[in-house]
Design a protein around this ligand. Structure first.
Ligand SMILES: Cc1cc2nc3c(=O)[nH]c(=O)nc-3n(C[C@H](O)[C@H](O)[C@H](O)COP(=O)(O)OP(=O)(O)OC[C@H]3O[C@@H](n4cnc5c(N)ncnc54)[C@H](O)[C@@H]3O)c2cc1C
Length: 182
């Protein structure tokens, strides 16, 4: 895409996680010819996990990266234009939304769907990265089932940690809560 070019479209989707591709499947089937920008993490957070077991349609579970490839291919099948770039600027002040990609390409869109997701708040330990998907998890609802009957530790002291602990209390033998000293 050339720098400083402008394009007029009906629907722009920012983000390529499950939310972005779900929006893309619906928008393309509704004849909105969506353009989807993947951002720096094509496929979103599930591309950094192994087994995903809680999505309908995968009775034997699925590897996260493969599932996101399936999502993408389903969106492309219905005509979504997937672009491997980041959106770096938006202007939503006028009746037509203006959006710029990192290469300076300007898009004017009737509708913008922001599906930029979230990211897990990790402790930042080397061991945490090494043991991710091997006992270390960022989501009790996603992974609690793998730890049923076991002893677990929950790190954090906010609402999220309390919610995760409550969920795990129904599955695990024992939960220990740990929080950082202030
Ligand atoms: C290790 C791990 C394991 C998990 N396991 C499970 C599981 O087993 N089951 C489950 O249900 N959930 C699981 N989750 C949670 C799940 O990944 C998230 O709930 C889900 O990915 C959220 O989807 P999303 O589409 O909202 O956003 P995300 O997946 O966070 O995707 C956000 C997207 O936005 C893009 N983006 C951000 N900024 C921009 C920008 N400026 N321009 C363009 N694009 C941008 C990113 O590149 C990315 O593609 C897990 C999460 C982690 C971290």
């Amino acid at each position: 895409m050339s720098v400083s070019s402008t394009e007029r479209i009906k629907c722009l989707i920012i983000g390529s996680g499950p939310a972005g591709y779900t929006a893309a499947i619906y928008a393309s089937r509704a004849n909105l010819s969506p353009v989807l920008y993947t951002g720096k993490e094509p496929g979103g957070q599930l591309t950094i996990t192994n087994d995903v077991e809680n999505y309908p349609g995968y009775p034997d579970g699925i590897m996260g990266p493969q599932m996101m490839e399936d999502f993408k291919n389903q969106a492309i099948r219905f005509g979504t234009d997937v672009r491997y770039e980041l959106i770096s600027k938006v202007d939503f002040s006028g009746p037509v939304h203006k959006i710029w990609s990192e290469t300076g390409h300007e898009i004017q869109a009737d509708t913008v769907i922001i599906a930029t997701g979230a990211s897990a708040k990790w402790l930042g330990l080397d061991s945490e990265q090494k043991l991710m998907n091997k006992g270390v998890s960022a989501c009790a609802v996603c992974d609690g089932f793998f730890f049923r009957g076991q002893e677990v530790a929950i790190v954090g002291a906010g609402d999220t940690a309390a919610e995760e602990a409550t969920y795990l209390s129904k599955l695990c033998k024992k939960g220990t809560s740990a929080r950082q000293k202030r």
